[in-house]
Write a protein that binds this ligand. Structure first.
Ligand code: UN1
Length: 476
């Protein structure tokens, strides 16, 4: 049994949670502690006790701990990638890439710890000077989803620590393995006890306790829109800072002048890689008249040829769906799409493999329209719906006609349309001739409208959430 990390001690809980391999449900990776409200209380108390010293730690101390974690993650990327593929179902290349990304994120924020600086601004008053500095916000609760079991924890934990905060971290209970591995590494990184705490367990128990806890000064959450709203409400009520990263219904626009091969590849990657389980996945593909039929038949052909299988089999291109509940949701939406009159051209059904896993064939719907539920609601599976558009203007209008605003993409060789789209897509991320999913680790990440709330994550912009600004006036 793998325990929680509270106040520098590995602490077993009363209950445990099995970590199950979605490629083979008979494979139980390990048992992990499943914490409760008392564990959250203890973690918050430890974090509060550690905060005065950690918030006053030197940039070198913070650099050393984060650099240690980054180096170890990078050195163990193959092993951590294997664990990730086994517990979440991403293919090995995707999982190893994600582990490497987590290591690079720790390295990036190790550097940022050394680069924190303030400003001195001349006052409008004689003899006065104004200093603007940043201070950590305190104890932060970090709640992460199952679809990026190591990268999302990394991009919350690393900046939190770099800027001097103490952490209570709750990984998704479907994927405790990577969260635990990260905690194990951090427990050996030289951080003082209590600076970083791990409380694994159920969202309804541990997550709830974190969001309502008066000892938590800020919450960074990535997950569903429904839960995100509740997190925001709870944090707002007690005046805690919060940052929410929620769903997407990301459009990929394909124009007549696109390079067909490239556009099909961009759509396949964006819609189906990581089994479509990314909030940045392309789920609406909006295609103009002249290229529509060619594009749709090529996309359906490519989707049918994708190899669905065990995440750790080197031949596999699309791993399993994460669990039975998500699989049922994917299937339910296939039924909804058909009922709404969209035409299913590929996939959309369970497939059998040697092992008993949650295998599902990537689905392509054609003749969809933007008012259908399959075009409005986040499915979070390998399901793409193609919508026909007259021209660029209609395609842009359709792309923006959604309550979400995380990512957006366009495939075109026209500089004019690419430039216009970059300016007018109502989304936090815009990709030109590149998949809507798959982002760099050193630049801001986040969306607008119903997708996100609060300051951006990642890159230098992460400082906004994890610090508070102080303006100090001195009369000489
Ligand atoms: C990516 O597309 O590389 O949960 C990152 C998600 C996002 C991360 C996507 N927060 O899918």
């Amino acid at each position: 049994m793998r325990a929680n990390l509270i106040a520098g001690q590995w602490t077993a809980g009363k209950q445990t949670n099995p970590d199950i391999n979605p490629s083979d449900v008979s494979d139980v990776i390990d048992q992990y502690a499943s914490g409760d409200a008392a564990a959250v209380d203890a973690a918050v108390a430890a974090a509060r006790a550690a905060f005065p010293a950690w918030s006053g730690s030197t940039p070198q101390q913070r650099f050393d701990a984060l650099d240690f974690a980054g180096s170890e993650i990078l050195a163990r990327r193959a092993e951590l990638g294997e664990l990730l593929a086994r517990e979440e179902g991403k293919t090995l290349p995707e999982a190893t890439g994600e582990a490497a990304r987590a290591g690079q994120i720790f390295k990036f924020f190790a550097g940022e710890a050394l680069r924190t600086a303030g400003e001195i601004i001349p006052s409008i008053r004689p003899g006065m000077s104004v200093e603007v500095t940043r201070e950590p916000i305190g104890v932060v609760g970090l709640i992460t989803p199952w679809n990026f079991p190591i990268a999302i924890p990394a991009w919350k934990i690393a900046p939190a620590l770099a800027y001097g905060n103490c952490v209570v971290f709750k990984p998704a209970d479907l994927v405790p393995g990577c969260g635990w591995a990260l905690a194990d590494i951090l427990s050996r990184s030289g951080l003082p006890a209590g600076v970083f705490n791990l409380v694994m367990g159920r969202g309804a128990v541990v997550g709830e306790a974190i969001i309502h806890h008066p000892g938590i000064d800020g919450i960074s959450f990535t997950g569903s829109q429904a839960v995100g709203r509740r997190v925001g409400e709870a944090a707002f009520k007690r005046g805690a800072k919060f940052q929410l990263e929620m769903g997407g219904k990301n459009p990929l626009v394909v124009l007549d002048d696109a390079q067909l091969d490239q556009a099909v590849e961009v759509a396949v990657q964006g819609s189906f890689y990581s089994t479509g389980q990314r909030c940045t996945a392309s789920s609406r593909i909006i295609v103009t008249q002249g290229i529509h039929d060619k594009f749709v038949s090529r996309l359906a052909e490519r989707a049918r040829a994708l190899v669905v299988g065990d995440a750790r089999d080197p031949k596999t291109q699309i791993g399993p769906v994460v669990d039975a509940r998500q699989l049922e949701q994917d299937e339910r939406y296939i039924g909804i799409g058909k009922g709404e009159g969209a035409k299913l051209l590929a996939g959309g059904e369970r497939v059998k493999r040697d092992k008993n896993g949650y295998y599902f064939a990537p689905a392509v719907f054609a003749e969809a329209n933007n008012s259908m539920r399959i075009c409005r609601e986040e499915i979070f599976g390998p399901v793409a719906a193609v919508v026909r558009a007259r021209d660029y203007d209609e395609a842009l209008a359709l792309a923006n006609d959604t309550e979400f605003g995380l990512s957006s993409g366009i495939c075109t060789t026209s500089l004019k349309h690419a430039s216009h789209f970059k300016r007018h897509a109502q989304a936090g991320l815009v990709m030109v001739n590149a998949p809507t999913a798959g982002v760099d680790y050193h630049v801001p990440f986040g969306g607008r409208k119903g997708s996100s709330y609060g300051p951006r994550e990642q890159g230098r912009y992460a400082v906004e959430f994890y610090t508070t600004v102080k303006t100090a006036y001195t009369l000489a």
